[in-house]
Ligand binder design. Structure first.
Ligand SMILES: *Cc1c(COP(=O)(O)O)cnc(C)c1O
Length: 339
């Protein structure tokens, strides 16, 4: 069943076999990879990030063989197109407004993107998808939940409906799920073998600079990812940095709680300002905020060296504000009170 969704050239592909694929032992005299015997980081990284995957497996309660690690989730998004979507033939579906990388990755891979607007609660209307799930050549659906830039999660009912009725690949991007009280979809990979759930170390784990994202899926999908990825896609340095944050999981919990309490305070304070018209409910570490004049606010804050994201091209007069430290949030509030 899955094989029908995979591009023929990928099914046929004989993957690159690296030195570390052919000999997996850890000790010995390594004269097989043309590495320099000198240097502080002279050896190639573990191509399958075994140590890191074992830690993730424990943390997330997902089996090792159901985990893929990418050079950021962005690599994973690109790989999904390359594995499943035939250029100039297949199509992918997104619900707008949403994360910009899906469209960019689609354009790079020459895949047509179909867009369905979210409803006024930024949720997905069942009626809007009824006729599209069986569309010929629709291979891939992206669900960003919690969604960027709106901050909300989709109702579980509609996600379940799509999972039950779509025969292609369903990609649920959970970059912000660690901030959310709502449940992840990651356990459902055991029920739906066409489901890919992606998460990242870039947001709640505070390691955006390390470029480490992960995907959870059926073993057969993970095997395809491993086949197509560049052999050494995650550097040793990046693997180690992230493994270290997992060893300090209490720091992670502490910082997350700090961000979440600042989030509530920031919301309360922002709502006191006249120029703030509405703050959308958010399950993430940011808010979509409707203001009187988004362009004005954005430019005003830039002059004060406070940088927020102007999202008014996506949602009228809306800006996206990330929750910072207490001091950073106070600076923002102080400047906004002057307007
Ligand atoms: C920030 C973000 C990511 C993270 O991407 P990385 O490449 O892992 O840093 C993924 N998806 C969404 C929706 C995001 O907002």
């Amino acid at each position: 069943m899955l094989n029908k969704l995979v591009r023929k050239n990928i099914l046929k592909l004989v993957p690159y076999s690296s030195a570390r694929d052919e000999y997996k032992g850890e000790n010995g005299v390594f004269l097989d990879a043309n590495e320099n015997p000198y240097g502080i980081i002279n050896r190639y990284p573990d191509p399958y990030q075994t140590e890191l995957k074992n830690k993730i497996s424990k943390l997330k309660n997902i089996a090792y063989e159901n985990i893929f690690i990418g050079n950021g989730s962005d690599e994973i998004i690109d790989l999904v197109f390359r594995i499943f979507c035939e250029p100039a033939i297949d199509k992918a579906l997104i619900f707008t407004p949403t994360y910009g990388m899906y469209k960019v990755a689609a354009d790079i891979n020459d895949i047509e993107i179909l867009k369905i607007p979210l409803n006024s609660d930024f949720d997905i209307d069942k009626s809007s998808v009824l006729n599209i799930l069986n569309l010929h050549n629709l291979k891939l659906i992206f669900l960003c939940s919690p969604n960027n830039p709106t901050g909300n999660s989709y109702s579980p009912k509609i996600v379940e409906f799509i999972l039950k009725n779509f025969k292609g690949i369903v990609f649920i991007d959970e970059a912000y799920v660690d901030f959310s009280a709502k449940e992840s979809w990651k356990e459902k990979i055991n029920i739906y073998n066409n489901l890919i759930v992606s998460q990242t170390f870039s947001k709640a784990f505070g390691s955006a600079g390390a470029r480490v994202g992960m995907a959870f899926a059926d073993k057969k999908i993970i095997e395809l990812f491993n086949k197509v990825k560049p052999p050494y896609n995650v550097s040793t340095v990046n693997q180690k940095v992230v493994a270290k944050t997992l060893d300090n999981i209490l720091d992670y919990e502490k910082n997350k709680l700090l961000i979440l309490s600042e989030k509530e305070r920031l919301k309360k304070e922002l709502l006191k300002l006249n120029l703030v018209k509405k703050i959308y409910n958010s399950d993430a570490n940011f808010f979509l905020v409707e203001v009187e004049n988004a362009d004005f606010l954005y430019n005003y804050l830039i002059k004060k060296q406070i940088i927020i994201r102007n999202r008014s091209s996506l949602v009228k007069n809306c800006v996206r504000i990330t929750v910072g430290t207490k001091e950073e949030n106070n600076k923002l509030l102080l400047e906004m009170k002057q307007i």
